[in-house]
Design a binder for this molecule. Sequence first.
Ligand SMILES: Cc1cc2nc3c(=O)[nH]c(=O)nc-3n(C[C@H](O)[C@H](O)[C@H](O)COP(=O)(O)OP(=O)(O)OC[C@H]3O[C@@H](n4cnc5c(N)ncnc54)[C@H](O)[C@@H]3O)c2cc1C
Length: 482
Amino acid sequence: MLARLRDVVGERYAFADPYEMRLYQYDASPETALPEIVVIPGTSEEVARVVKICTDASVPVTARSGASSLAGGTVPVEGGVVITFARMDRILEIDTENLRAVVQPGVVNLALSQALKPLGYYYAPDPSSQGACTIGGNVATNAGGPHTLIYGVTVNHVTGLEVALPSGELVQVGGRKSAEAIGYDLTGLLVGSEGTMALVTRIWVKIQPLPPVQKTLMAVYPDVATASNAVSAIVRTGILPAAIEMMDKLSIQAIEAASHAGYPLDAGAVLLLEVDGIPEVAQELGERMAKVCRDNGASEVRIARDEQERQALWKGRKGAFSAMGRLSSDFYVMDGVVPRTKLPETLAKIDAISERTGFKICNVFHAGDGNLHPLVLFDAFQPGQYEAVLAIGDEILKLCAQAGGSVTGEHGIGLEKRENIRYVFSDDDLEVMDRVRRVFDPHILMNPGKIFPGNGLQPSAVRYPPGYSRRQAVAGGEDLWV
Ligand SMILES: Cc1cc2nc3c(=O)[nH]c(=O)nc-3n(C[C@H](O)[C@H](O)[C@H](O)COP(=O)(O)OP(=O)(O)OC[C@H]3O[C@@H](n4cnc5c(N)ncnc54)[C@H](O)[C@@H]3O)c2cc1C
């Protein structure tokens, strides 16, 4: 197998050394599993040929780009081949007249905006991990970010994809145009499919002009409930800011210790708000928003005086997860969504879970769209703590679903939430999704073990008879999971 893969990508870019496999066993989630072979293709054609070799040998394939998945998306739970897109990191075309760019999947999100900046443009979806995650990974997870509140998540910015199918075919869905697209919206279907249907090898994205002015405000509140009510009040006025982010007391302490951005240490919560547009509009909206914040309990509203101060505030927010190292050796981050109006009661319930269990929980999140990121602090070296934290995560996701929300806002389902998906989908819903997936990947070789719960719709190690591997099952024509 290794020899055949090396024939395609060259000796250097396919390897199976056990030590090197360890470097590809993890992403930003707590789960790990070892691949058997890692391949780093350099072209779309190489990706397609590698996938075909794997399919012919019934070997699972897991895609890996920036490996910043918080849901265990890149963890190769069924072993097999990990295809990493590190070499496919070129911006192929920038077309400012038609507001499009064409990129390879391994292009780092921020690198695209940096390349566009001198031309006066940018790529709007901005995950907080944008310095590390890639457009390919963003497509696979349908990533969001602080500014997707007004501009929409990744699917709203992707007009076409080139993908390698498990059959080894290289096909294009959508393209440069979007409004005139005819037929099924296969681009929409593949965005967010987490590498379970096809591998993304080329992406057509929308780009947009940089806003002339961005006004960033920090509003200081005594507690998260008051701040949450202020968020609803802002939206009720009809102003839709470009971003509304919330950080609670513990988060502020961690962020300030790490970034010294000027967050007030005595605050119970802060909102980071941004409006953009032509100067007059941004100025007026900024002032109106500041007034609403004050009228709804803000003890202070600070407007960033210049770009440096604005960048410092955003650096603090975007570095929030890594700043948690100031408070705890380990943390477990959740990704639930609730209707905006349910924020105060959901946050109160999360607080109650923290009180009951004794685990500190920080909250730093995209408040504008109700996308919560509770971070449960723990010490992985203390026996039982990891299991306890997983149970807390499960309880929080159930709360979100019960509040009319969902179990993921942007990180994807991956490995982490494949059982929690039942809180929002029935068995019938899941079966339809499984049937759609099988149109692309009939033998479930593409990122197996992800998205679907282990109920027979999806391969799960516990279902194998002892000593009987999944690969043997598929190769023998006996698919245990049909
Ligand atoms: C500190 C921090 C902050 C974060 N903030 C945000 C945030 O604000 N918003 C947000 O949405 N996410 C956030 N994330 C999560 C993560 O960055 C996103 O899910 C991101 O989209 C993953 O991109 P990646 O390139 O790292 O993909 P990876 O982690 O490599 O892969 C993610 C998934 O995509 C699949 N995949 C990767 N490449 C391909 C491909 N070419 N074809 C098909 N499938 C592929 C993988 O198999 C996996 O299932 C954050 C993560 C961290 C660590």
